[in-house]
Design a protein around this ligand. Sequence first.
Ligand SMILES: *Cc1c(COP(=O)(O)O)cnc(C)c1O
Length: 382
Amino acid sequence: MDMLTKLIHNASLIDTATGASSTAVYHASTFHQHPGETGAWVYSRAGNPTRQALEATIADLEQGSYGFAFASGMAAIAAVMMLFEQGDHVILPRDIYGGTFDLMAQLVARYGLQATYVDLSNLAEVEAHITPRTRGIYIETPSNPTLKITDLRGVADLAHRHGLITIADNTFMSPYLQRPLTMGIDIVVHSATKFLGGHSDVIAGLAVATDPELAARIGKNQKTWGGILGPDDSWLVLRGIKTLGVRMDRAQQNALYLANWFVGRQGIKQVYYPGLAHHPGLQTHMAQALGAGAVLSVVLEDSLNWQAFVEHLQYAIFAVSLGGVETIVSHPATMSHAAMPAPERQRRGVDDNLLRISVGIESINDLIRDFEAALTYVTSLS
Ligand SMILES: *Cc1c(COP(=O)(O)O)cnc(C)c1O
C-alpha cells in the first residue's frame, strides 16, 4: 500500500465496535472487569482504545512494531531518555532542540547521565567521542534551525558496531518523508504537535520502536511516569494524520519555491534548506528522505531590522512551533535559543538576524507577495 493510502486506511480508520468512520473518543478512566480474568482494557493510563488506535497508526507509518503516545513531544523524549542508567554516556547533536537540551541538563545534573554534544553531520567526530561508557546516540535530522543533515544509516552502522542505542527525533520530516527505523535506527520520537497534528491545535508526543525488549521498557516508562496522551488529543492527532500527505506535499512545494526565491535576493545573507543545490547535506538527505520538508531558515543582512520585517508580514504568524497549515515565522535567537549565551548561539550558526520559516499551505503567490513586501520595506528603512 502506498503511503498516501496508508495515511487514510490504517488501523484506526474504522471503529471496530461500531463501524463508525473514525475511531471513537473513549472517555473512560476504567473498564468493567469479570472477576478472575483481566479484560483487554483495564485502566486508561495503561491503555485506552483511542490512544491505542493512534499508537498502532504511528507504529505502522514508521514501519516499526510498537507505538506510544505521550502528553507532549518532551514527555515522549523524557520517557525514552529514561532508558539510560546513571553513569551512561549519550552523544547528542550540538544544534539540538532546546527542550531536549534542558532535559539532558537536568538528567546530567540530578541523575548522573553524561552527555557530549557533537556535530552529528560529521561521523568521524561522532566516533571519536565514543567511550566505554557510551550507551546511546541521539539524532535530529534535519537539525534546527540551520537544517544540517545527519547520515542516518551511517550513525546506525557506527552505533551497532559499538553496541549503542540510536534515537532519532523525526519531527521535522514526519514518516511521510523519512522513516529512520528502516535505516537501522532503534527508536523514533516525535513532537506530534508539529506536522502530524498539523493544525497548531494540539500538544502531543510519540515514540516508536521495533525491538520488543526496548519497546517493553518504553511502555513501562510510559505507564509508570504516566505522561500519557488523553483520548481527545489522540483523536486530534489521528485526524491530522489523515491529511499529512497532502499537507506535506503542498507545504514542501511552497518551501522549495520560497527557498529558491530567497536565494541571491537583495537583503538576504544566507538561506538554509536541504532541498537547495548548494546545501552541503543535499545528497545525504535525498538518499534517506523523500523530500526536503517544509522548514527553511533565512538570514537577513546585518543592516536590516528583523523585527520590522516580521511586523510587516501580513499572513505568516510570528510564533514558536512549526508544522501547521499556516506559515509560521520564528526568531530562534529570542525564542527557541534565547537561553543560550550569544557566543554559543553564533557558534551554532544561530545568527541574530536568522528567521526560521515553517511554510504553510497557503497560495504561494500570496506568500511570495507577503515576503517581498516585507523585504522591500525593511530594505527601504536601512
Ligand atoms: C517541538 C519539538 C519538540 C518538543 O515537542 P513538544 O510537543 O513541544 O513537547 C521536540 N523536538 C523537536 C524537533 C521539536 O520541534
